[in-house]
Design a protein around this ligand. Structure first.
Ligand SMILES: [Zn+2]
Ligand SMILES: [Zn+2]
Length: 221
């Protein structure tokens, strides 16, 4: 069995970024010895059939200097191991839940977790509050994908009318009890394709970043 700690800041929903090729050297260009060790652990999972388990760790930047350089510090951790499956996307390795790994975080969450800063006592209204926020977002932004402009009604006709995903710009995991959701600034309509790609990385891409990828890709084809 191989165990990785999953930093809170690299976790969204059930998926955590556990290793990245970007971590090979420090920001000062120094080789990170822990990287090679982690890479070997990944190989054991990928090639030798070792099981992968993770536990949640809380990140602190207490060891960083003013320029943000220095080792990460573990502020705390939960002694709770969860079995995960390993997924590689480009130079990044993710630990995720097998059945849920390909789903978009917002789609995984139960209606209760869609809650916009409300406490449990009003959870009866959670779903309605969420639909209300969704409706306000769409009323302002419309039903077109904010990334690629895809319009379901134009493409599919009447059956596509009023269909769109709504992406949470502020990750649901960061929405605390006190956080007041702004439906116009915190939510954005995107088509399911763009939505899936936005969530291929952790943290998720921004709408502007994915748009930039589209522009660059267009130039290359
Ligand atoms: Zn799109
Ligand atoms: Zn989303």
């Amino acid at each position: 069995m191989i165990i990785f700690g999953a930093w809170d800041l690299h976790t969204e929903g059930n998926t955590s970024l556990i290793l990245s090729e970007d971590w090979q050297t420090s920001r000062k260009g120094r080789k990170q010895p822990a990287y090679e060790q982690s890479r070997e652990h990944i190989r054991l999972i990928e090639e030798e059939g070792y099981k992968l388990k993770t536990f949640p760790m809380k990140y602190s930047d207490a060891n960083k200097d003013e320029e943000g350089i220095g080792p990460a510090k573990i502020e705390g951790f939960e002694p709770k191991l969860t079995e995960k499956s390993l997924k590689r996307v480009g130079g990044n390795w993710y630990a995720s839940d097998d059945a849920l790994g390909n789903l978009i975080p917002e789609e995984i969450e139960t209606p209760e977790q869609f809650i916009e800063g409300a406490s449990k006592t009003v959870s009866v209204n959670t779903y309605e509050r969420n639909s209300e926020a969704r409706a306000k977002c769409i009323e302002h932004h419309g039903y077109k994908c904010a990334v690629c402009n895809f319009d379901f009604e134009v493409f599919y006709g009447a059956i596509g009318k009023n269909y769109i995903h709504v992406h949470h710009i502020v990750p649901l995991s960061e929405i605390g009890k006190e956080y007041e959701l702004n439906p116009i600034e915190d939510l954005i309509p995107v088509c399911p394709n763009c939505h899936a790609i936005i969530h291929r990385t952790i943290p998720a891409l921004t709408v502007a970043q994915l748009k930039q990828h589209l522009v660059e890709n267009e130039r290359n084809t």
